[in-house]
Design a protein around this ligand. Structure first.
Ligand code: HEC
Length: 326
């Protein structure tokens, strides 16, 4: 590690190997280093080995240098000085060219014949870096004008809307994998056997003391009938479990003890009780719950009847289908 070149080589090696590890080890969920934290150790060791290699190369060349005869040493120094002088020559050249300035010996070619008390003025060219940037802005302006003003490709509002729509898709995708994110507004009835079984386990370890294993009720109300004190349906039940019942009744809020997903699972399990017959059912409490979101059978039938009065061709068959479906 005795010169700039080996320093730059080491940095480049570190960066490249970092990207290499990520390239081979990154999965959709996480980067390689997040997946395998011990990779940091491997990475560190590899870098240490590399530095050791660079250092021993440097030491080797110093030993060789010490073993050279004086004339050979002189020649070596000369070569080294030449190489040093030409180090990064191409970058320096590009930089010089981009300035477009004249060498001091040629300045007499561009000197103007103003002379203010010995202060003279040079007529330098515009620096090429500036000129090319200027051309680039002109090109950009032409393309922009034609694309957006002549052909009306899209405007800011459309751009905003596509971005929002794309983000929404990403959010939906993410929410599918982040089940734990449910709250009372997004919760839906879970039907997967795995979710129902998880709900059953939660119910058996937390709720049976008051609701009984078959949901027949004890201290807590009967969960198997169509009557609900605090509202039926997945949203209300989730909310009751999360926030608890009326104060003083004994149903505590479970949101500190259960994760949102667990509350959704146990709520789905509880809703599965409806229509079963428990061993010792507690008398119904509360009111019959009807889901305001699904039209009731009566309503549907009324609709079909009024429909068929207007259009006699509507068959009685349709009525049967509606009844069967419910
Ligand atoms: C300490 C006894 C107790 C425990 C434990 C208990 N509950 Fe309750 N639960 C009650 C009582 C009492 C009510 C009635 C609350 C009210 O009247 O406001 C109730 C009400 C409910 C309701 C609403 C019923 C309705 O008719 O609206 C649901 C759903 C419910 N509990 C589910 C659960 C779940 C799920 C668990 C376990 C995570 C649980 N309960 C644990 C006592 C309990």
């Amino acid at each position: 590690m005795n010169n700039t070149a080996s320093f730059i080589r080491t940095i480049a090696f570190a960066v490249l190997s970092y990207f290499f590890f990520n390239w081979i080890g990154t999965t959709e969920e996480a980067t390689a280093f997040e997946n395998l934290p011990w990779l940091w150790v491997v990475y560190g060791v590899i870098i240490l080995f590399y530095i050791a290699g660079e250092a021993s190369l440097g030491a080797l060349s110093r030993v060789l240098y010490a073993s050279l005869k004086p004339e050979a040493r002189e020649k070596y120094d000369e070569n080294l000085a030449f190489a040093k002088a030409n180090e990064f020559k191409w970058i320096k050249n590009i930089y010089k060219k981009s300035l477009g300035s004249k060498a001091i010996e040629q300045e007499h070619e561009i000197i103007l014949d103003h002379n203010y008390d010995g202060i003279k003025e040079l007529d330098n060219n515009l620096p090429p870096w500036w000129v090319y940037m200027f051309y680039a802005t002109i090109l950009f302006a032409v393309i922009y004008l034609v694309r957006f003003e002549v052909f009306d490709d899209y405007d800011q509002e459309q751009e905003y809307e596509t971005a929002v729509a794309a983000a929404q898709i990403e959010i939906d995708e993410w929410k599918k994998t982040a089940k734990n994110l449910v709250d009372v507004n997004t919760v839906v009835l879970l039907t997967d056997a795995a979710d129902i079984n998880a709900g059953k386990a939660i119910f058996q370890s937390n709720c049976v003391a008051c609701h009984k294993a078959d949901g027949g009720g004890g201290i807590g109300p009967n969960l198997t009938d169509r009557y609900w004190i605090l509202g039926g349906g997945i949203k209300n039940v989730f909310n009751t479990i999360s926030e608890g019942g009326r104060s003083g009744k004994g149903m505590v809020a479970w949101k500190q003890d259960l994760k949102p997903l667990e509350m959704a699972q146990v709520a789905s399990y509880v809703l599965g009780f409806e229509g079963t017959t428990p061993a010792e059912p507690k008398a119904a409490e509360g009111e019959i719950w009807t889901d305001p979101d699904t039209p009731q059978v009566e309503e549907q039938i009324n609709e079909i009847i009024t429909d068929s009065l207007d259009h006699p061709e509507v068959e009685i068959e349709e009525l049967k289908v509606a009844l069967d479906n419910n």
